[in-house]
Design a protein around this ligand. Structure first.
Ligand code: NAP
Length: 296
């Protein structure tokens, strides 16, 4: 049933992943809109929750907490950190949202190939489930977040940056551009009853060696991207303290970059928002100090 049929005037938007990168930027965006927000979180004491926003605690092992967190919500933003429980948790939230009468779900997914690589395969499962539900939805399929370069900050500062991406090209997207589209999907009634997906990218492609050249210019000393074999890079990643799952994901991303799998450029951000998407170089400039000082 549409919100208009039920006479809803001020939408109540539930935000799952509110403490995450896209969720936090989305909440900041929605501050100017005539909507009520409820931030869903596993940890209501999290210091990453924005001040002044209603919160509802969710425990994915207790379905009743999902239903009560979504009571009264009309729309849901659905994001979830990368974890083995992602498929089950997102499907449970979709079920609770549909049960609570939510009219539209904006799901944060990923642009990527059909692959066994997590989390791409997980998103395909969640999208397939969403397609079976009687609810309006917008699937946001962004290319890789530019924040992936945060992993290069300490290595660049220490002069040990490298990987297996070679000079492959990738289109990186700023999470604020994703949040801008998520906001539209949640407040603009033209999205309300539609079921569709959007491929979101930044303004153009870059390679890791090009990023090294730009960082050299910005920092004022030579920065290089050292080519490694997969075996060498896995050893470096594990030694840096990441889990096997994250090492697999990062090696998989490097492979995807090397093969130009995410080198597509779409006009979707500018078409929907009227604004050019933010560039990688803008992000590098904003985060420069962390590339300059070791051990930050
Ligand atoms: N990174 C990329 O390049 C990229 C590209 C395309 C798509 N994506 C997709 O974007 C999504 C992540 O978005 P994001 O970066 O905005 O989120 P994020 O910063 O990774 O975190 C999202 C939130 O999910 C919540 N969460 C609930 N259960 C969780 C669990 N078991 N493990 C971890 N977090 C959990 C956490 O909030 P609470 O602790 O408050 O509950 C967390 O703050 C993923 O689905 C990823 O596949 C990422």
């Amino acid at each position: 049933m549409s919100e208009h049929v039920r006479g809803v005037r001020r939408p109540r938007i539930a935000i799952a992943g509110a403490t995450g990168r896209v969720g936090a930027a989305l909440i900041a965006n929605l501050a100017v809109d005539a909507v009520d927000i409820v931030a869903l979180t596993r940890n209501p004491k999290s210091t990453r929750l924005p001040a002044g926003v209603d919160t509802a605690e969710v425990n994915f092992d207790l379905a009743s907490t999902l239903s009560s967190a979504l009571q009264g919500a009309n729309r849901l933003f659905l994001a979830h950190g990368t974890s083995e429980t992602q498929v089950a948790n997102e499907i449970a939230l979709i079920g609770a949202a549909v049960g609570a009468g939510v009219s539209h779900i904006a799901k944060l997914s990923a642009l990527g190939p059909p692959t066994r690589l997590h989390p791409f395969d997980w998103h395909m499962k969640i999208e397939a489930h969403l397609a079976t539900c009687d609810v309006g939805y917008t699937i946001l399929r962004p290319s890789c977040f530019v924040d992936v370069l945060a992993r290069a900050q300490a290595p660049v500062a220490q002069g040990t940056w490298g990987g297996t991406a070679g000079d492959g090209r990738v289109n990186l997207i700023d999470t604020r551009d994703i949040a801008d589209i998520a906001r539209l999907a949640l407040i603009d009634d033209q999205f309300l009853n539609a079921q569709r997906a959007y491929h979101l990218t930044g303004p153009g492609t870059v390679s890791m060696p090009e990023i090294a050249i730009e960082l050299s210019r910005l920092i004022g000393r030579p920065v290089t991207y050292q080519p490694r074999t997969e075996q060498e890079h896995r050893a470096v990643l594990i030694a840096s303290g990441v889990s096997e799952m994250v090492a697999d994901l990062l090696l998989g991303l490097d492979r995807i970059f090397r093969d130009g799998v995410l080198a597509e450029t779409t006009n979707t951000v500018i078409d929907l928002t009227g604004k050019k998407p933010r560039s990688v170089f803008e992000w590098l400039t904003d985060h420069l100090s962390s590339f300059e000082t070791p051990n930050r």
